[in-house]
Design a binder for this molecule. Structure first.
Ligand SMILES: Cc1cc2nc3c(=O)[nH]c(=O)nc-3n(C[C@H](O)[C@H](O)[C@H](O)COP(=O)(O)OP(=O)(O)OC[C@H]3O[C@@H](n4cnc5c(N)ncnc54)[C@H](O)[C@@H]3O)c2cc1C
Length: 559
């Protein structure tokens, strides 16, 4: 067997095989015999059988192995993409007439993109999607093996920023501008809105249920995340025994399918990047640009015509589109509309968010068997208890990374997240502040938000509710990390803000019709949290995704 070694530049070594001499090696490899003799002074004769001996050869650049001459050489691809996700420049996007242009890549924008690509396969439609932020993470933060609860929270604080104009009435609000939007960090709790709330919506219940099913299937929604976790099972039984009939295992958007048949499930926790990934594999091409900030919606004679976009270096581009879908979030969507001269009584109003209370407690570890697992329980609202309680543990979270080492402790912790119903009120709103422009020349917003008497009464009930649940489950409430055992989070801290472009039948109380079309401008739609007409006590994102898919279907049906 011939073996070829490469050392430093002049140290190429050939291991001679049976019957090899310096002369045969020179012949086979088209080398000068004299050169070989000079390089191998220890070999006495050029015709000596040197089988098995190392032979020094000239450098590789002027030498090819004739042994393999007859085998065709593989071609090596030098084709490349310059990113892990294909991007299009704004210069190129400005040359295209889009059928649909989506603004924002969070929950709403991602869902619309995926659904349009799925429904329009091989139809030659042109879809564009632009994102103001950069690429911050390639997947949900919890799918990244270097993250744990603490690092994830701190990283979110680093990449997000306080919402300008939120103080003093909504001081806890933060914004994240990034490919994937806030779904990069969301907790993935995906419960449906309560039927009693949905009954008041402008959409037939059966239709809503269909879209919930599509959203749940697409996002891998499951109630099995904490199955077999003794921590969850034991506390659930305690709660049921005390009459908490609506207590259940928590529902989450998490892919629990084991790896099999060569199919790798990397996206355990769902994010909008998963929507984009699905869309990439449809037979509908789309263009995506990041660091592309929509600054104005263009419209003419009551019809959307495109969007004015600015790059990070403040160059302006006009992107033309027959249909524009706004998915820029509860604060940025109405801001863009108002700045574009689109006005209606309800636009920017009815800002709705739940009150948010956190409780922390502890239990003796000896109450549980050796394998503890995590705690994930939800207790849904009832007419008497207009709030939802989620229980997580052993710390603030219901998950941990496979690399985390969990030391055995004498106590286990439990955390309560409690979301209280608030009324959607006209007075709670955003307005433009013409005196404060951002670096792109767009007016900042001012948030006006307060709780009314009913909201405050719910907050008092929540505090009592946490105490009763803790007592029923055998949890002792204690302060943790300097936080009181039960505390009300600052207004705005909860990312369930919604309603500023809500859908409805009445133009006086809804900025969009029931399909998400902004009143007064045809071809202009909203598909994000701002479209939600109410949020009850539940986490809103599953509903936003369901509605966004429905809006995409409406666009397809009317194209
Ligand atoms: C830590 C955390 C935990 C959460 N947990 C849950 C949970 O468990 N369950 C739940 O239901 N919800 C949860 N949420 C809330 C959830 O993330 C939001 O409800 C959801 O992301 C809202 O979707 P959206 O499309 O309205 O907005 P976003 O996801 O914020 O997307 C808006 C996108 O638009 C982009 N954008 C903004 N302005 C422009 C512009 N001018 N031009 C171009 N692009 C623009 C933004 O950069 C962003 O990518 C959580 C949020 C956070 C931060």
């Amino acid at each position: 067997m011939n073996r070829f070694f490469k050392g430093c530049d002049r140290m190429k070594v050939w291991v001679a095989h049976e019957k090899d001499t310096l002369r045969t090696i020179a012949d086979k490899n088209h080398l000068q015999l004299e050169e070989l003799i000079t390089l191998n002074p220890c070999i006495e004769s050029p015709d000596q059988n040197i089988a098995g001996k190392p032979v020094y050869l000239p450098s590789l650049s002027d030498f090819t192995m004739s042994d393999v001459d007859e085998i065709p050489t593989c071609t090596v691809s030098t084709d490349y993409i310059n990113n892990w996700i294909p991007l299009t420049s704004l210069e190129d996007m400005a040359k295209t007439d889009y059928d649909v242009l989506i603004i924002g890549t969070g929950a709403g924008g991602g869902a619309v993109l995926w659904r349009l690509c799925e429904q329009w396969q091989n139809q030659g439609k042109r879809i564009g999607i632009i994102e103001r932020g950069d690429q911050v993470l390639q997947s949900h933060a919890r799918n990244i093996s270097t993250m744990n609860g603490e690092r994830l929270t701190k990283y979110f604080n680093y990449v997000s920023r306080p919402l300008p104009g939120s103080a003093p009435e909504y001081p806890g609000a933060r914004q994240l501008f990034a490919l994937g939007g806030r779904t990069l960090f969301w907790y993935t709790f995906t419960m449906r809105m309560h039927l009693s709330d949905l009954m008041k919506w402008p959409i037939p219940i059966d239709e809503l249920k269909t879209y919930y099913k599509i959203a749940e299937q697409t996002m891998n929604v499951t109630g099995e995340f904490t199955t077999d976790s003794s921590y969850t099972e034991i506390l659930l039984n305690r709660l049921w025994a005390k009459g908490y009939a609506t207590a259940e295992k928590i529902i989450m958007a998490a892919d629990l399918t084991p790896q099999s048949y060569g199919r790798v499930h990397t996206d355990v926790f769902y994010s909008s990047i998963s929507f984009i990934a699905k869309a990439l594999n449809m037979m509908t091409p789309f263009d995506l640009a990041v660091n592309a900030r929509a600054v104005q919606i263009l419209h003419d004679q009551g019809k959307a015509t495109g969007v004015k976009v600015m790059s990070r270096d403040k160059n302006s581009y006009i992107l033309k589109a027959k249909t524009v879908v706004l998915s820029a979030s509860t604060f940025e969507t109405p801001r863009l509309l108002l700045h574009s001269g689109i006005k209606s009584r309800a636009l920017g109003h009815y800002l709705t968010n739940q009150s948010f209370m956190i409780g922390t407690g502890t239990m003796s570890r000896t109450e549980f068997p050796a394998a503890l697992g995590t705690l994930g329980i939800m207790i849904t609202q009832t007419p008497e208890k207009p709030y939802q309680v989620l229980m997580a543990g052993p710390g603030d979270f219901y998950w941990y990374q496979t690399y985390e080492v969990k030391p055995l402790t004498a106590e286990v912790g439990a955390t309560f997240f409690c979301y209280g119903r608030t009324e959607s009120r006209y007075e709670n709103r955003i307005t433009l502040n013409p005196n404060r422009l951002d670096e792109y020349g767009v007016p900042e917003i001012q948030v006006h938000f307060s709780f009314n008497e009913e909201d405050t009464a719910v907050i008092r009930k929540m505090e009592e509710g946490i105490k009763q649940i803790a007592s029923s489950a055998g949890i002792i409430l204690i302060s943790r990390d300097g936080r009181p055992a039960i505390c009300l989070m600052p207004r705005g801290d909860l990312h369930h803000d919604s309603g500023t472009c809500r859908i409805g039948d009445d133009p006086l109380t809804s900025a969009a019709d029931q399909n998400g079309q902004i009143r007064g401008v045809s071809g202009l739609y909203v598909a994000d949290n701002s479209a939600l007409p109410s949020i009850g006590c539940e986490n809103p994102t599953l509903t936003t995704v369901a509605l966004s898919i429905r809006t995409a279907d409406h666009i397809v049906a009317n194209s």
